[in-house]
Write a protein that binds this ligand. Structure first.
Ligand SMILES: Nc1ncnc2c1ncn2[C@@H]1O[C@H](COP(=O)(O)OP(=O)(O)OP(=O)(O)O)[C@@H](O)[C@H]1O
Ligand SMILES: Cc1ncc(COP(=O)(O)O)c(N)n1
Length: 229
């Protein structure tokens, strides 16, 4: 059966923990086809963000044109957008689709990934056309505490682990994938939360890098018999 298409508009993470890497692997794990528009390249690892290179606006728009014209994704998920111009562009071009906005402003490791101008652009352009917004507490406060049925404030959870880099991206991607597969919002948020919980458990003892290791976006745990659970 042909899978539904979900587009992520987000930044790359060279460490493979967050952003595009988390989004596409989560989409694959949940059975949707992932397309990607890259807004910025980050030089990043489990310890922090070393550099951010924004993709020029016309190149972001050309990627968007290509995917929207040809693959026609019914669901679009956003992560790091990088500039107010890109925020406004996505709002303009994707308002007629189911938009899942993860307003990433600060990385787990502390780096600022969205400044005040980006925050203002979210409030003015993107939040009014979003079906779902998934800020964490800090992002919710920065955005002026928007309210409504589509505002899902994320709050961590019960799994004790330091391998949690990329959890917000994985959560919002899982939510977008379940919406594309036909779930309603309450079912999609519940499925996304249980997916993240399971994946945090899978990667809890991994030793990748020297900082906040990545959540296991896609892997399943082998059983004692060597099968895949
Ligand atoms: N330790 C945990 N145990 C279980 N579930 C968790 C844990 N951490 C995160 N989650 C799940 O993932 C969701 C997103 O997590 P969190 O709020 O930590 O993301 P974030 O990285 O702060 O988000 P953003 O990408 O918006 O910055 C939570 O709402 C929860 O469902
Ligand atoms: C490219 C990119 N996108 C998103 C995040 C946020 O993820 P996290 O909150 O886990 O650091 C990140 N650090 N880098």
């Amino acid at each position: 059966m042909t899978p539904p298409v979900v587009l992520t508009v987000a930044a790359s993470d060279s460490g493979g923990g967050a952003g595009i890497a988390a989004d596409l692997t989560t989409f694959a794990a949940l059975g949707v086809h992932g397309a990607c528009v890259v807004t910025a390249v980050t030089a990043q690892d489990t310890l922090g963000v070393r550099a951010v290179h924004r993709v020029p606006l016309d190149v972001v728009e050309a990627q968007l044109d290509a995917v929207l014209d040809d693959l026609d994704p019914p669901v679009v998920k956003t992560g790091v957008l990088g500039s107010p111009e890109v925020v406004a562009l996505v709002a303009r071009r994707c308002a007629d689709r189911t938009l899942v906005v993860d307003p990433v402003l600060v990385a787990t490791t502390g780096a600022v990934l969205g400044d005040e101008a980006v925050v203002a652009a979210y409030a003015e352009h993107l939040l009014p056309v979003a079906a779902v917004v998934t800020p964490n507490e800090r992002e919710h406060a920065a955005l002026g505490r928007p309210d409504g049925p589509g505002v899902v404030v994320t709050r961590g959870g019960g799994v004790a682990t330091t391998n949690d880099h990329g959890t917000g991206c994985t959560y919002s991607s899982a939510l977008a994938a379940h919406l594309a597969l036909g779930a309603d919002l309450p079912a999609a948020t519940a499925a996304a939360a249980s997916y993240v919980t399971r994946q945090l458990l899978v990667g809890r003892d991994w030793q990748l890098g020297r900082g906040r290791g990545p959540v296991a976006h896609v892997h399943t745990a082998p059983t004692p018999e060597g099968d895949i659970a």
